[in-house]
Design a protein around this ligand. Structure first.
Ligand code: UD1
Ligand code: CA
Length: 506
């Protein structure tokens, strides 16, 4: 990311419009000596009907606010100011952890009041860029573009706008019908009844202000509107005599705001398709991008195929040449190259190269699975280290274990890790062979190259190279089945009526 402070703008050529609106040309070098970004995030988010603050809702695995913070960090080295609700302590903590400065707004009295909450000590910058905490699709490039335009025009304010058709909740840009200059912004609730499907120009909620004009105008705001709030959008009308410009965005989607759950779903869809595009541009084969849900912080190397229905979350990294899914779920995983993962669930673990995870497996937290390990159908592992080339066969449950290299864990083996009070570990040495359906009661050490006979319940350590068998001696009873069948047939004739009639029915 490019960080510019103080912001030096080398303007090449922009079209110059006469009226202080629209397009401008400038061919000199302009310098904005200091610039501060402000993100408004103190709203209650009532329309979302959720107890979680709106800006902390997870969007593609990260809080909504984190994307706006990224855009702000991208345009100024000075920490962004984030206006927060005083009761939203989690928001304040998140802002601090993300390198921003939380600015409490005492009461939610509107977007204008939010900007007015900025204390004197932070008002020194010449230029203020205001962003909304609920527009996570905004990019640093767009913010830079509006700053460029603002610097080029020398206006008191520049507001980003987009054109939309149909009813919506955005503030509408009002222009003089004679000369097209901006007169102000009219909020949806103050416009009264609307009908039709006409296209209009709306406020995107992204502004650039000359600070002295901004703070002077904020003092003149009145809550004389349908919501009884101090609208930041009213500052635009107040600054018209000092010059107001617009920056019309081609893509209305980028500044889409999240107000209700429907908006949220739409934004999430756009975000997901951006992520899918990024992965595909990086050479990942998404068989069906529409049903592949990858979080923002997911990284996949080129040449990996992701089958439909996969959900890849958190900070998951997947190497090259893997085959994932269909219907695999991965969260916070580190996957090496050349792995094959079936319809399984994996979380907070690390796979080496060439690992096979079969169908319906569960790789729970804290596993390190080395190269070329094989997990058969429905195997479950947790808090375990599995050495290279080991097999954990189907229906095995290997919990709290240290498994060496080239170990064969037969189908249905269980490490009994819990004694009712505490958890214990099972250790299997290199080259050990555990017969199917064995129960290894931890703490327990199976020595290197040792064998455990199938079906054994192992409660004591097994030395290296030994065979442990723990089961009753097999007894074969000759002719038993024959005698049983004979007994059954006598019983059938005597007590149970035969299901087939003796005579054919007429
Ligand atoms: C606002 C604009 C509207 C614009 C739209 C773009 C106003 C009055 N309206 O409407 O013109 O088209 O954004 O998305 O500015 N906030 C505070 N403190 C408050 C109130 C809000 O910090 O007292 C924050 C919110 O958390 C939110 C942002 O400001 O992040 C915008 O507030 P919101 O209520 O969502 O405004 P909109 O109705 O979307
Ligand atoms: Ca909004």
């Amino acid at each position: 990311m490019i960080r510019v402070s103080p912001l030096i703008i080398h303007a090449a050529m922009l079209a110059l419009a006469s009226s202080g609106v629209g397009n401008f040309v400038y061919s000199h070098h302009m310098a904005l000596s200091s610039l501060r970004t402000v993100i408004l995030a103190a709203g209650q988010g009532t329309r979302l009907r959720s107890s979680t603050p709106k800006v902390l809702h997870a969007l593609a695995g990260r809080p909504v606010l984190s994307y706006v913070l990224d855009a702000a960090h991208g345009v100024s080295a000075d920490p962004p100011l984030v206006v927060v609700h005083p009761s939203h302590q989690e928001v304040q903590a998140f802002v601090e952890a993300s390198g921003g400065i939380p600015v409490p707004q005492r009461e939610s009295r509107g977007t204008g009041d939010a900007v007015r909450s900025i204390p004197e000590e932070f008002r020194h910058a010449d230029t203020f860029v205001v962003l909304s905490g609920d527009t996570p699709l905004v990019t640093g490039d767009t913010v830079r573009n509006i700053i460029d335009r603002h610097a080029a025009t020398g206006n008191a304010a520049t507001v980003a706008t987009f054109r939309l058709r149909g009813m919506n909740s955005y503030g509408r840009i009002e222009r003089d019908p004679q000369n097209g200059t901006v007169c102000g912004i009219r909020e949806a609730r103050d416009r009264g009844e609307e009908s039709g499907n006409e296209e209009h120009e709306y406020n995107a909620g992204l502004y650039c202000f000359a600070s002295d004009h901004l703070f002077a105008a904020l003092e003149k705001l009145t809550p004389d509107n349908a919501q009884g709030e101090y609208y930041l959008s009213d500052v635009i009308g107040l600054l018209v005599p000092h010059g107001v410009g617009t920056f019309v965005l081609d893509d209305a989607e980028e500044l889409a705001g999240i107000n209700d759950q429907r908006d949220f779903a739409k934004v999430e869809q756009v975000m997901r398709s951006k992520i899918a595009d990024r992965l595909m541009d990086g050479g990942v084969h998404l068989v069906d991008p529409a049903t592949t849900y990858c979080d923002w912080d997911v990284h996949v190397d080129a040449g990996t195929t992701i089958q439909p229905g996969c959900v890849i979350q958190g900070k998951t990294t997947i190497g090259a040449g893997c085959r994932i899914g269909p219907y695999a779920q991965l969260r916070d995983m580190l996957v090496g190259s050349g792995c094959s993962i079936g319809s399984s669930t994996l979380e907070e673990s690390k796979l080496g190269a060439g690992v096979t995870v079969g169908q319906y497996c569960r790789v729970r937290t804290g596993c390190t699975i080395d190269d070329s390990v094989y997990l058969g159908t429905a195997a479950e592992v947790k808090n375990a280290h599995i050495g290279a080339r080991s097999f954990i066969s189907h229906f095995s449950c290997v919990l709290d274990a240290e498994v060496g290299t080239d170990v064969n864990v037969g189908a249905g083996t269980v490490t009994c890790n819990f004694d009712g009070t505490s958890k214990h570990r099972t250790i299997m040495g290199d080259g050990a062979f555990i017969g199917s359906d064995s129960i290894l009661v931890a703490p327990c050490v199976i020595g290197k190259h040792a064998y455990v006979g199938a079906g054994s319940v192992i409660t004591h350590d097994v030395p290296d190279d030994a065979l442990a068998v723990e089961r009753n001696q097999q007894r074969n009873v000759d002719g038993w089945a024959l005698r049983r069948r004979a007994h059954m047939s006598i019983q059938d004739q005597g007590t149970i009526p035969s299901p087939t009639p003796l005579e054919p029915s007429s």
